[in-house]
Design a protein around this ligand. Sequence first.
Ligand code: PGA
Length: 257
Amino acid sequence: MRKFLIAGNWKMNKNYDEALQLARAIQQRAVNEKKINIGVFVPAPYLREMSLESPDLIVGAQNIYWEQYGAFTGEISPPMLRSLGISWTLIGHSERRALFGETDEDVNRKTVAALKHCFFPIVCVGETLSQREKKTTLDIIGKQVKELFYEIPADMARSVTVAYEPVWAIGTGKTATPDDAEEVHAYIRMIITSLYGREISDEVRILYGGSVKPSNAASLLKMRNVDGALIGGASLNKEDFISICDTAVSIDKREGK
Ligand code: PGA
């Protein structure tokens, strides 16, 4: 059984005091929570404090670089994050790809570097609106997923979480229908099975992201291959985020699996 992971991606939001308040509220919700994992991906300057303050949360970085040390102004390396006690990171979010020019190859290099330093990376894939309209969604996703796993051995692949985030659904209020999301999630799992076999593909969590909110979380999380959510906008509001966590706890998929 894959446990749900409900993760907030705060992006470049909240000043320090606001962030601390939000983290505290979510930490309180996470105490004694055994059924699901709850995570927050916070701005880099807050990582150390948030992880110390939030022992029951996964506290992760929003980005990571593939080199270890050196002349790479502004970048943060896997060993640096590890030295802060951080072992989770997002990789290849569509904003990184679109605004900062990250390619599938960069995403793979980051994933390999993160795994070598024993991280649990959440690697994002997703098609644009025009790709969906041209009906090339599965081709695009297939390529992104194969490239992210390029040269990653099976024993490391199991530490990866994939997040399916259709670009047209991020921050737009538009969400993939549960059936559309399930189609892509099942396809991603099939590719992972073809690369690593059933045992590993059964283990890898595939999150959905893109305008997840309290009103649509249940219908998405009920889908067989949806193992959690990566949430932007709604994760900045403690009531909304906690309500999505509560929804996840209330869903029992054991019979369907
Ligand atoms: P959203 O963002 O929930 O605001 O659509 C999701 C994401 O970018 O991870």
